[in-house]
Design a protein around this ligand. Sequence first.
Ligand code: TYM
Length: 329
Amino acid sequence: MKTIISGIQPTGNLHLGNYLGTLAKWNEYQTEYKCFFPIVDLHAITAGFINKETFKNNIYKSLAAYLATGLDPKKSIIFQQSNIAEHCELFWILSNIAQMGKLNRMTQFKSKSPENQQHAVLGLYAYPVLMAADIILYNADLVPVGEDQIQHIELTNDIIGSFNHHYQENILKNIQPLLQNSSKRIMSLRNGENKMSKSEESDMSRINLTDSKELIHKKILKAKTDLYYNLDQDLDKRPETQNLVNIFSSLTKESEIDIQKQYRSQGLKKFKQDLAEIIIEHITPIGKAMNEYYNDKNYLDNILSNGKSKASEYAERNLNNIKNIIGMI
Ligand code: TYM
């Protein structure tokens, strides 16, 4: 059975980009693969430390989202990354393989670091190496992610290649990304050139999984589009409208061509109204379930504690293998 790992940073609201880009599919993987789904809080601190209560609650919120979208702690290993110390230990080992030249090319560091790079923290720069450690620690084969993470997957394979080459052993397996083709990159509702993201200032730029019906309606009707009346003209030059068609298609599984045909004579407004209804139909039950899980902290604590003991078995064994090869033990 192949192994899958994927995680989301607990930095507040999860959004439609996280959902369509990867999370929506995770529950399907559970029957086919051995699955590890960490809540990657060590990654979240690269955006800066926050208030203690909010930090803790963000972890509960992410866990609630994992469960609300169908993850089952009996089938998958769901855990908090910082509970497993081996992530940091392997990160350090891999830091001595990952080359600065390669890290300098990572676009996320450039886009997330402050204007004055002297103030950027080491953790943000080194973050792709921690992600490589997450993946290698559980001997994963496949990593379901959105397109923005592809560079990190490539870096991970690079590190794996260097390690195997040095020790002349194929101990570490190459990994492959699992992309959702139609929704690997969901864009902001305010600017079709930027991806939908938690860090964009305006909340109107994204649909959060916990948004109310009314808010989803408002965000979609106000989503930036263009001056065309029809959906089937020059869509490739209309990134905002293209993004909405893409979201429609990802949720309904209808092809973009069929959607364009369907709305040819009805215009953009009717399209947006229908899109809002479709999103509401998919997202609000998840938001409701998230709230229910979120309110049961004992249940959530239990899942984290069980996940910790299960994940730590694998992490300890795999890290020991690596340390053994290096000659540390
Ligand atoms: P994060 O928390 O930024 O995003 C979580 C997942 O959501 C996907 N995603 C999107 N997909 C499509 N369109 C979008 N607008 C969009 N925004 C986000 C991301 O690609 C990601 O799959 N480094 C990772 C977390 C991580 C991880 C790992 C993932 C840490 N360790 C090990 C896989 C395996 C991150 O910051 O994701």
